[in-house]
Design a protein around this ligand. Structure first.
Ligand code: ATP
Ligand code: MG
Length: 229
């Protein structure tokens, strides 16, 4: 495993790196995650966000979870296609996250890039925790162990009723293992996101994703303008 900036000899992100990240005020070196249930419209808006900062001369690293590295993408494929117990699922998600942090996210933040990540740890709490009922305290332990303080600086939560998301997905593609779940599974996942958002209101921005694409884009722009980003 290569040693990335902000990661110590034992392989843990250093407290210093986390402290520096939390003190940043502009988009340079910022970590932004985009969350929400399947079909909420996340991917539809990532390009525009990336262009916003590329146009101002920032390096933008656009990535996703699970995935974002060759190893993590293989783990993603297995996760989406194979049945497994909830602990296996959680361990695979966090193994992929660890590789992603060490290989991509930490080095990019250290270079001053803007990192735009389509899903991060809030999704694990929402899907494996609230959705599948897996023990949240175990997830919290894994979060501490794998991330050692690293969290997004800003999280856009695309929130909408599961029924609306299901209609959008049905119109767009064949379902994967998670997307085959019933509406009540996505209702639990949505509630899981709400819990995370309520626990960290300064990190989360709730986006009303049931609105039109233009209205969603306007909410994103307004939230960024508020931060001077
Ligand atoms: N505001 C919107 N109104 C109507 N349809 C939308 C809106 N935003 C996105 N869509 C459509 O809904 C579908 C799902 O959007 P998208 O793939 O961006 O969602 P996602 O949140 O990235 O989903 P996933 O989590 O499965 O990757 C696409 O067909 C997209 O064109
Ligand atoms: Mg997507």
């Amino acid at each position: 495993m290569s040693e990335a900036a902000g990661v110590d000899q034992a392989g843990s992100p250093t407290a210093t790196a986390a402290a520096v990240a939390s003190s940043r005020v502009g988009p340079a070196g910022c970590f932004i995650s985009i969350e929400g249930i399947d079909g909420a419209g996340k991917t539809s808006h990532v390009d525009a966000l990336a262009e916003r900062w590329r146009g101002r001369g920032h390096e933008v690293v656009r990535t996703r979870e699970p995935g974002g590295t060759p190893l993590a993408e293989v783990l993603r494929e297995q996760l989406l296609s194979r049945e497994m117990d909830a602990l296996s699922e959680a361990l695979i998600v966090f193994a992929a996250r660890r590789d992603h942090l060490v290989q991509v996210i930490e080095p990019a933040l250290a270079r001053g890039a803007v990192v735009l990540c389509d899903r991060f740890t809030d999704a694990t709490f929402a899907y494996q925790g609230a959705g599948r009922g897996f023990d949240l305290t175990v997830l919290a332990q894994l979060e501490t162990w794998v991330q050692a303080g690293r969290q997004p600086d800003l999280t856009f939560w695309f929130d909408l009723p599961p029924e609306v998301a299901a209609e959008r997905r049905a119109a767009a593609r064949d379902p994967d293992r998670f997307e085959q779940q019933a509406v009540d599974f996505f209702a639990r996942v949505r509630a899981g996101y709400r819990l995370r958002a309520e626990a960290e209101p300064s990190r989360f921005v709730r986006i009303d994703a049931a609105l039109s694409r233009d209205a969603v884009a306007a909410q994103l722009t307004a939230a960024l303008q508020l931060r001077g980003w």
